[in-house]
Design a protein. Structure first.
Length: 371
């Protein structure tokens, strides 16, 4: 049986259970089986979100005796999660995008809560400073990539609670910045995704309150259009484009966290309710292995940052636990790059402030198996 990039074999001749690297064929470890007779490995995912390999050892496959056993081995977290090269600059409340050939980390706050002006680029080897943000810095902006152009949308100026409506375009070819049409209203702490070649911006907040706003930008004509708003105001939602629709996941307003999942259909300009999650804000989200994953975030009710990883089930009517994050944190940004999800930066401490200090931590998630 295969799981987590390993091949597992149970040998009845020498009563050994072995694990091999699926790419190199190298034996990684082995364990004694407690009984002779037939040995059959299989996989399952436990209620704790971890993946297990189970061996039914002994008997003839139909009858069992006192010396027969069923044993389970928990796959280590390192199978699904691997450390990646750390950021050059600690970041929280930042934006992360992939252009296909690289990941870019943009804005946010770093050591001591100071704004980070450097834009970093990661090509699979190491992070390098690529350029600097125009102005004095942004925290809680949103960013998306269309081709080789990166759109940096809104955010709060420096470490203040004053939002901007500015939309900046960074062209990764000539390494130049330009301006796009501004947002309809200044916003920070929002989410943005690309759907059918257009940019959708949802939620967020201004200096007074969170917002239910939903705006669509058409880069072909450099114009924003108001679309159907969210069911309620919320800041720091996670969002992805999946199966031709826009998913808004969680979020918060003041001290309250939300667990609603709203699904937007651009064909009819309408939101519908999806399967809810346990309330949280500042989570990361990505589409990986044909479904939606939600990473970490913060529960204000529980007064803790989260290491939970949730995945939309095959029926799309609920969520199941996947392998937890090695390090709990909020504002960790998720991006898909070269077949894996990279979880970039974030903050391990509880706190509502967009201007809280960040970390350099980057972790790579490759787990697809449902067990």
């Amino acid at each position: 049986v295969t799981a987590g990039g390993l091949v597992f074999m149970a040998a009845t001749i020498d009563r050994q259970f072995r694990a091999f690297d699926i790419e190199t064929g190298r034996e990684l470890w082995h364990a004694d089986l407690p009984a002779s007779g037939k040995a059959t490995p299989m996989t399952y995912r436990g209620g704790d979100g971890r993946q297990y390999v189970v061996v039914a050892a002994g008997g003839d496959g139909e009858t069992w005796g006192a010396g027969d056993a069923i044993i389970a081995f928990a796959l280590p977290r390192s199978i699904a999660w691997q450390p990646a090269a750390p950021l050059l600059h600690a970041r929280s409340a930042h934006a992360v995008v992939s252009t296909g050939d690289a990941i870019y980390a943009i804005g946010g706050t770093g050591e001591g809560g100071a704004p980070v002006l450097d834009v970093e680029r990661y090509d699979g080897d190491a992070w390098r400073d690529e350029t600097k943000l125009p102005g004095d810095g942004l925290n809680a902006p949103a960013a998306v990539a269309i081709g080789k152009r990166i759109y940096v949308i809104g955010g709060f100026k420096t470490t203040t609670n004053v939002p901007t409506s500015d939309v900046l375009i960074y062209d990764t070819g000539p390494h130049t910045w330009s301006d796009a049409a501004p947002l309809p209203a200044p916003t920070g702490g929002h989410a943005a995704v690309v759907l059918d070649g257009k940019i959708h911006v949802i939620g967020g907040g201004n200096s007074r309150s969170t917002l239910a706003d939903h705006s669509e930008y058409d880069p072909a004509i450099n114009k924003w259009t108001d679309r159907a708003p969210l069911s309620r105001s919320k800041g720091s939602p996670a969002a992805v484009a999946f199966d031709g629709k826009l998913y808004s996941i969680g979020g918060r307003s003041g001290p309250g966290d939300f667990g609603d999942v709203e699904i937007y259909d651009p064909a009819v300009d309408r939101w519908s309710a999806g399967p809810s999650i346990e309330p949280r804000g500042t989570a990361g989200a990505a589409v990986h292995c044909g479904t939606i994953y939600v990473f970490g975030g913060e529960s204000q009710a529980r007064k803790t940052t989260l290491d939970e990883v949730l995945r939309l089930n095959p029926k799309r009517d609920g969520w199941e636990k996947a392998e937890p994050m090695p390090s709990a944190r909020n504002y960790a940004r998720a991006v898909v790059f070269k077949g894996a999800v990279y979880l970039v930066g974030g903050n391990p401490t509880v706190g509502m402030s967009h201007s809280s200090a960040g970390s350099r931590l980057v972790e790579k998630f490759e787990g697809c198996s449902r067990g």
